[in-house]
Design a protein around this ligand. Structure first.
Ligand SMILES: NC(=O)c1ccc[n+]([C@@H]2O[C@H](COP(=O)([O-])OP(=O)(O)OC[C@H]3O[C@@H](n4cnc5c(N)ncnc54)[C@H](O)[C@@H]3O)[C@@H](O)[C@H]2O)c1
Length: 287
């Protein structure tokens, strides 16, 4: 029997949850978005209005009121049990705190129908750490989006050894149906594909400059010219913003991590150079 996904519930309407809900609604799915309080839901409405404006400017076919209609079609709820009560797929985008996620899965495991598939958008936690709390490990996996889902449209799909292959395939198909490029990962891997490649590249770039071997501009120029890549590691770091890489380095097992974190902090973060968002990082961004 094929698994039909029509009704999607997104848990958490923060940065990523709001984008996932909006993109799914924009692509014609029946979407409910849950957050913990009425205040959080009010913030969600504001996020959806902002996304409608962005889509109008950046996404083909979002004119003629289509983006606004997508936002308006999303049902908002602060009642967790009710939000998942008729979902085919629940995409969880609550804070990156294991206990919050486990607690959420315990609750929805009891409240959702047996057919409902659960997917976590967690960036750093493995689905195995949550599966036993879902009450349905065969219908649980990770579906990981990148920030700005309408533009950077990879969706990394990663199951646990317990995930039913039919469930996995249904989620791959769903990812395509909402305009993502599904990336199938066959075994659990911290960092998925993207961060397994990107984090070592960024760290290697920083080690070159922090070690006094080459300036950020020279590192980027080398990477661009010699590989044909459009951006070097420091340009990418400025887009991400320097706080997230700093936090990753502080907690990293890389023996170089603390030294690189200190270098980032002293030379950039403490001087307010946080990347594009603050107008300056490794490069200057005149308004
Ligand atoms: N921000 C990114 O670039 C990014 C990219 C990919 C994946 N992710 C992942 O998506 C998830 C959400 O990240 P985000 O950046 O959207 O976070 P965020 O802090 O912007 O949003 C989290 C939302 O969850 C809500 N929430 C729901 N249940 C909650 C509970 N029980 N307790 C507290 N808050 C609750 C919060 O009110 C908030 O609106 C994380 O797992 C993160 O790893 C984030």
């Amino acid at each position: 029997m094929t698994i039909d996904i029509r009704k999607v519930t997104v848990l958490g309407t923060g940065v990523l949850g709001s984008q996932i809900a909006f993109q799914s609604a924009f692509r014609g799915f029946d979407v409910t978005a849950y957050d913990i309080s009425d205040d959080a839901l009010e913030a969600a409405r504001t996020r959806f209005d902002g996304l409608a404006q962005t889509y109008r400017k950046e996404v083909e076919g979002a004119g003629d009121g289509k983006a606004e209609r997508a936002g308006a079609s999303i049902t908002l709820s602060s009642d967790l049990a009710q939000a998942v009560s008729d979902a085919d797929l629940v995409i969880e985008a609550v804070p990156e705190v294991l206990s919050i996620k486990q607690d959420t899965y315990e609750k929805i495991g009891k409240a959702a129908p047996e057919r409902t598939i659960f997917a976590t958008n967690s960036s750093t936690l493995l689905p195995s750490a949550m599966k036993d709390f879902t009450g349905r490990p065969d219908r649980f996996l990770a579906l990981h989006f990148a920030n700005r889902v309408w533009q950077f449209n990879t969706a990394e799909v990663m199951g646990t050894p317990d995930t039913d292959p039919k469930v996995y395939q249904a989620v791959v198909d769903f990812a395509s149906a909402i305009g993502m490029v599904p990336i199938e990962i066959h075994r659990e891997k911290a960092g998925y594909v993207l961060n397994s490649l990107l984090v070592p590249l960024l760290n290697a770039g920083m080690a070159l400059s922090a070690g006094g071997y080459a300036e950020p501009d020279a590192v980027d120029k080398t990477w661009r010219i010699a590989t044909g890549a459009p951006m070097g590691p420091f340009q990418i770091l400025d887009i991400i913003g320097l706080t997230t890489p700093y936090n990753i380095l502080v907690n990293s097992e890389d023996p170089n991590g603390p030294k690189l974190a200190e270098w980032l902090k002293t030379n950039y973060i403490d001087k307010g150079k946080l990347g594009i968002a603050s107008g300056e990082g490794f490069y200057k961004y005149p308004a």
